[in-house]
Design a protein around this ligand. Structure first.
Ligand code: ATP
Length: 455
C-alpha cells in the first residue's frame, strides 16, 4: 500500500485513536465517523487555531454560536428549500445511485442540465454499464419534526450551513456590539447535508463541522476585501504547516457559481488518493442574503452610515472552511516516514509532523524505570504540566520504543526522568523533529515549554 493513500490514512487513524467508523459494532453507518481520543484533540486544536486567527487576533470580527434548528422560513429565504439540490441518476440494472454532474465531470464534460442536454451524452453506469434513469433533483436538507405531531406544519430542517444563523443575527450583533462596517461574525458548528454520494473518509460526510465567517461590507471596494480574505485563509493553512505544493486556489467559472454568489474561489488541498479537492471557499455573496431575509422577515436589515446619512444593505464576503476537511488535510500532510533506528525492527518509522499548536499531545513523560522514586517524580512533573498542556505518561517498553510511539502520534516533546534526575533535578527533553536531546532543570520546564509553544 502506498504510504500516502487514503486507505493508509484511514487505517492509521483507526489504529492510533484519531478517527473510528461510527457505530461499528452494528456494522457501521455509512459515511459517519467518530473522533477518538487523539482525533478530538486534533480537531479541537484546528478549531482553536481558526478561532484565534479569525476572532481573537482581529479587532473587526466577533464570534457567535447560533442554534442548529432554525425557523423554517429561513430556508425559504436562503433558497435552500427551492434550490439546494443535487442532480441524481440511478442505474436501472445494479441500482447504484450517482451524481450526474460528477459523472459528466469525470468524462471531462461540463455539467449542463438544460432540457434535453443530459440525454445527448448517452451516459451509462460506471459500475456495470447499465442504463441510467433521467436526472432528478434531490434536496439535500435533512427534515425532521418539532414537537409530537409529525405533520407538515411542524416540519423543520437541520441546518445545511452555519452562515444563516449569522445573517439572522446581523442586527443583534451590530447593535449590541456597536459595530461599524466593515466587520465580521464568525461561527463554528455542525451542519448536515443528505449528500447523495458521501465518501472518501471524512472528506464528504452527511454530518460535518464548518468554520464560517461573514464579513459585512460596503459594496465599493469589496474586491480588495475579497482578495484580502483569500490570501489570509491560504496563509493560515501554510502557517500551520501544510506544504505549499499541496495547496492551490481554484476560481469558480461563472456557470458554476452558486445562486447567491458573485465571485468565488476555492482553496484546494491535494488529498492523498483524491488529488486536489475543495478544502475551503471564499465567496462574494453580494447583498443576496440580507436582502432575502429582509424580504421574507419584513424586518429592516439595512445599515445606516451616521456620518453621511447613507443607508445600504451590506454585501458579504464569506470565508467557509470545513473543520473535518481541514483536520484530514493536517493529518495527511503531517504524515512522514524516516529510516528505522538501530533498535527498531522496522526499516521505516512513521512520524506525524504536526505543527506544535495542532499536535494532540504536547509532551509525553517517561520514567526510565517503573521503580518507585522515578515513577513518583515523573508523575509529579506530569501533574505540573497538565495545567497547561495535554500530556501522556508512559512507563512501558524501552525509551526508544516509547519515543516511536509518540512520533507515531506526532507528540513534539518527550521528557525522560532517569536515576540522575533524582540527584541533579534535571530531565532529558527530546525533540520529535530534530531528535536532539537536551538536559533541562525540572524547574525550567514550564518556561522551556512556554517558549517552545509560543509559535
Ligand atoms: P462540495 O463542492 O465539496 O460539496 P461545497 O462547495 O458545497 O462543497 P460549501 O457549501 O462552500 O461547500 O461549504 C464550506 C466548506 O464546508 C467546504 O469547503 C468544506 O470544507 C465543508 N463541507 C461542505 N460539505 C461537506 C461535507 N459533505 N462533508 C465534509 N465537509 C463539507
Amino acid at each position: 500500500m502506498e504510504k500516502t493513500s487514503l486507505e493508509h490514512i484511514v487505517s492509521l487513524s483507526k489504529q492510533r485513536g484519531f478517527i473510528y467508523p461510527s457505530s461499528e459494532i452494528y456494522g457501521g453507518l455509512s459515511s459517519s465517523y467518530d473522533y477518538g481520543p487523539l482525533g478530538v484533540e486534533l480537531k479541537n486544536n484546528v478549531k482553536k487555531a481558526w478561532w484565534k486567527a479569525m476572532v481573537q487576533m482581529r479587532g473587526d470580527v466577533v464570534g457567535l454560536d447560533a442554534a442548529i434548528l432554525m425557523h423554517p422560513r429561513v430556508w425559504e429565504a436562503s433558497g435552500h428549500l427551492e434550490g439546494f439540490s443535487d442532480p441524481l441518476v440511478d442505474c436501472k440494472k445494479c441500482k447504484k445511485r450517482w451524481r450526474a454532474d460528477h459523472l459528466l465531470e469525470d468524462k471531462g464534460i461540463e455539467p449542463d442540465f438544460r432540457p434535453g442536454t443530459w440525454e445527448k451524452h448517452n451516459m451509462v453506469c460506471p459500475s456495470c454499464e447499465g442504463e441510467l434513469t433521467g436526472v432528478r433533483n434531490f434536496n439535500l436538507m435533512f427534515k425532521t419534526f418539532m414537537g409530537p405531531l409529525e405533520d407538515s406544519a411542524n416540519e423543520i430542517y437541520l441546518r445545511p450551513e452555519t452562515c444563516q444563523g449569522i445573517y439572522t443575527n446581523f442586527v443583534h450583533v451590530q447593535q449590541s456590539m456597536r459595530r461599524k462596517l466593515p466587520f465580521g461574525i464568525a461561527q463554528i458548528g455542525k451542519s448536515f447535508r443528505n449528500e447523495i454520494t458521501p465518501g472518501n473518509f471524512t472528506f464528504r460526510t452527511r454530518e460535518f463541522e464548518q468554520m464560517e465567517q461573514q464579513y459585512f461590507v460596503h459594496p465599493e471596494g469589496k474586491g480588495d476585501i475579497f482578495e484580502m480574505w483569500k490570501e489570509l485563509r491560504m496563509q493560515w493553512y501554510k502557517d500551520l504547516g501544510i506544504k505549499e505544493e499541496n495547496l492551490r486556489f481554484r476560481d469558480h467559472r461563472p456557470d458554476e457559481l452558486a445562486h447567491y454568489a458573485k465571485n468565488a474561489t476555492d482553496i484546494e488541498y491535494n488529498y492523498p488518493g483524491l488529488g486536489f479537492k475543495e478544502l475551503a471557499g471564499i465567496h462574494d455573496r453580494g447583498d443576496w442574503d440580507l436582502s432575502r431575509h429582509q424580504e421574507f422577515s419584513g424586518q429592516d436589515l439595512t445599515y445606516f452610515y451616521q456620518e453621511t446619512g447613507e443607508k445600504i444593505t451590506p454585501h458579504i464576503i464569506e470565508t467557509a472552511d470545513g473543520a473535518d476537511r481541514a483536520t484530514l488535510a493536517f493529518l495527511a500532510d503531517a504524515y512522514d516516514e524516516r529510516d528505522g533506528s538501530d533498535q527498531s525492527k522496522h526499516d521505516k518509522e512513521v512520524v506525524l509532523r504536526f505543527h506544535k499548536s495542532l499536535a494532540p499531545i504536547k509532551m509525553a513523560i517517561f520514567p526510565l524505570s517503573k521503580k518507585e522514586p522515578l515513577q513518583k517524580l515523573a508523575k509529579e512533573i506530569q501533574q505540573k504540566l497538565w495545567y497547561n498542556y495535554m500530556t501522556q505518561y508512559d512507563e512501558t517498553g524501552s525509551i526508544g520504543k516509547r519515543y516511536r510511539r509518540q512520533d507515531q502520534i506526532g507528540t513534539p516533546y518527550c521528557v525522560t526522568v532517569d536515576f540522575e534526575s533524582l540527584e541533579d533535578h534535571r530531565v532529558t527533553v527530546r525533540d520529535r523533529d530534530t531528535m536532539e536531546q537536551e538536559r533541562i532543570a525540572i524547574t525550567d520546564l514550564p518556561s522551556f515549554f512556554t517558549d517552545a509553544f509560543s509559535v
